[in-house]
Design a protein around this ligand. Structure first.
Ligand SMILES: [Zn+2]
Length: 209
């Protein structure tokens, strides 16, 4: 059958539309997926940056809860090491270097409070971010928590993943929402596929400071 001029135009238009969808699928318009707190062009963050100060650990190894022995101190130290090794962050352990404490890591049984872990952010003495409430100002001190209550069925790698996720918040990453591989997916749905910082998380931290 001979195509009329009108049919040819329709085929071209259809091809163009398919082309647009294919192009969108291959190279999404939003190249970065990481999320910050506050405004995209003026995000909130750790005021003193990620190459000064130190972190301290109040959590201990050997905490017994629910028939399990948790290694929370080791997990936190390893978790901070992940960010220090993979991003531009260089926040050493206070016990090694002293320095001003910027992140404190706790780990207890906090009971049924709804979260595996969370962070409280402070600007001076003022609490500016708490648990699931996003921070309203940049911060200079963070208390990061991990909750044994919800972790009795988790492996070390999984609760270390929670610790890595919480440090991600401390460094300024908000929850990742669009399905990009990220440690900043909401870990309430553990086991998360991603238990270490992913490329998008690394870019997010490096581009924030
Ligand atoms: Zn979170």
């Amino acid at each position: 059958m001979k195509k009329t001029g009108k049919t040819k135009t329709r085929i071209k238009l259809f091809a163009a539309i398919v082309g647009i969808f294919v192009a969108t699928a291959i190279s999404p318009f939003k190249l970065a997926a990481y999320e910050y707190y506050g405004w995209w062009n003026d995000p909130l963050k750790l005021k003193t940056g990620i190459t000064s100060g130190s972190y301290t650990i109040f959590a201990t190894d050997g905490l017994q809860y629910g028939g399990k022995t948790f290694m929370f101190a080791t997990a936190w130290k390893s978790a901070m090491g992940e960010w220090n090794d993979k991003t531009e962050a260089a926040i050493p352990y206070h016990g090694d270097v002293g320095g001003v404490e910027r992140i404190r890591m706790d780990g207890y049984n906090h009971g049924m409070n709804g979260v595996h872990g969370w962070v409280d952010m402070y600007s001076g003495p003022k609490l500016v971010g708490h648990r699931q409430q996003a921070p309203t100002e940049s911060w200079d001190y963070v208390v990061a928590n991990i909750n044994a209550y919800y972790l009795t069925n988790h492996t070390y790698a999984q609760y270390r993943g929670v610790a890595i996720h919480e440090i991600g918040h401390a460094l300024g990453l908000a929850h990742e929402q669009d399905g990009t591989p990220s440690i900043m997916n909401d870990l309430l749905n553990i086991p998360n596929t991603y238990l270490v910082p992913q490329q998008d998380d690394i870019n997010g931290v490096n581009n924030l400071y």
